[in-house]
Design a protein around this ligand. Structure first.
Ligand code: FAD
Length: 369
């Protein structure tokens, strides 16, 4: 490991790993993450098909990895019949344990990896001084891909960190029988849960819940029993499903506040630039796509064909043009889904005019990249 790099990336999730693969073809790259690979991660594990071709270009062919082709959506709310539609673009069911590991194995072929935490990054005299808990490093461009929320956001005093983050998420793999092609989205009081299969045959149940509704209950088991199980589809799921892990993964303080793609000359990737509501199933594709845009813009700066200022401006402009509309539609959908009256009316409307559901889903996704 060196002390000076062209690019240092904080965060080795999907966006950080994709950026490490792309930049390390032509430049010196270090990516830093506190966790070793492979590891499980909070996620519904539905990867939109819009990035499958691009991953193939990076020599990551998910058809070779037994990923599941997810083509249909089933949506339910408590006390009501379900509604189903074909997913306009479809996606793959693949665990983050497997997907992140595939990208990691590719990244370390040409980039350096440091298992550590970035604690500060300061822009000074046209370079970045980057501190981890054990090292002081330098780079031409620092990229933050630290996900939904990190200590670094606090250190940099980012605006969104001052707002309340009243959401938590729970994920668990089960042995359960479900159609390979189906993604289920089940509404419950204060949240919603996604259920779908991944490459090893396990079924992932992952949900987002408001802290307000969770705090009245003792723990996840109690919450599952008293709140999720009011939806009869989830009730029968919990009756039949056998946990594949001892404990679920949980995270709290999830923020959907607006963020900026560039701050203090630092380029933000994936959730660090903006988190789309999970029900859209597009966060992973956006994370991968944002790394592609960053590479295309910074490539010119790193080859002295453009100023840093211009390259960062171009990235911010393209990021907003590509993702802002999806984030907005996601915000509206989540608002509807968490309001009982709106949800009931919504379901009635979808039954009467079934084309609305696939059209809305399209609005939260992009074209294949
Ligand atoms: C409940 C839930 C369900 C979801 N379901 C889906 C879904 O089905 N489909 C979909 O497409 N999207 C889904 N998403 C969104 C998706 O998980 C994210 O958009 C995606 O993981 C973003 O990737 P990322 O690279 O930005 O961040 P991450 O993958 O979260 O990676 C961030 C990395 O940064 C590291 N890190 C943090 N702080 C530091 C630091 N100081 N120094 C170094 N490293 C650091 C972390 O260890 C982590 O590895 C869901 C999200 C939630 C909350």
């Amino acid at each position: 490991m060196k002390n000076e790099y062209d690019i240092i990336i904080a965060g080795g999730g999907l966006s950080g790993l994709t950026a490490a693969i792309l930049f390390s073809k032509d430049f010196n790259v270090l990516f830093i993450d506190p966790d070793a690979y492979p590891r499980h991660k909070m996620c519904g594990e539905y990867l939109s098909n819009e990035v499958i071709g691009f991953l193939k270009e990076l020599d990551i062919d998910l058809d070779r990895e037994s990923s599941v082709d997810l083509e249909h959506l089933k949506f339910t709310i408590a006390g009501h019949r379900s509604i189903e539609c074909a997913l306009p673009q479809g996606g793959k069911g693949i665990s983050r344990y497997h997907l992140d590991h595939l990208l990691y194995q590719k990244a370390i072929k040409s980039a350096d990896f440091l298992q550590d935490k970035v604690v500060n990054a300061v822009f000074d005299k046209d370079t970045f001084q980057v501190s981890t808990t054990s090292q002081h490093l330098q780079c031409k461009q620092f990229i933050m891909a630290t996900g939904k929320r990190s200590l670094l956001d606090k250190k940099l005093d980012r605006k969104f960190i001052q707002q309340k983050s009243p959401w938590l998420a729970v994920k668990m793999h089960y042995k359960y029988s479900i159609s390979d092609r189906l993604v289920e989205l089940h509404n419950f009081d204060g949240g919603y849960a996604g259920v779908s299969k991944v490459e090893n045959g396990h079924v992932n149940l992952c949900y987002l819940a408001s802290y307000e509704s969770f705090k009245k209950h003792k723990n996840v088991t109690d919450f599952n029993k008293k709140v999720l199980s009011k939806n009869e589809f989830l009730k029968s799921f919990f009756k039949e499903a056998i946990p594949a892990w001892e404990q679920p993964i949980t995270i709290s303080q999830i923020s959907f506040e607006k963020k900026e793609p560039i701050e203090n000359n630092i380029l933000m990737l994936g959730d660090t630039a903006g988190l789309i509501h999970p029900l859209c199933g597009n966060g992973m594709a956006m994370a991968i796509h944002s790394a592609k845009i960053a590479f295309e813009e910074l490539y010119l700066y790193l080859n002295d064909d453009m100023s840093r200022e211009q390259a960062l401006k171009n990235y911010a402009r393209r990021w907003k043009k590509t993702f802002r509309k999806r984030l907005k539609i996601g915000r509206i959908l989540q608002g509807i889904l968490l309001n009982k009256t709106y949800t009931r009316w919504g379901l009635w409307l979808l039954r009467k005019f079934p084309f609305i559901l696939p059209t809305t889903i399209k609005g939260t996704h992009g074209k294949p990249i």
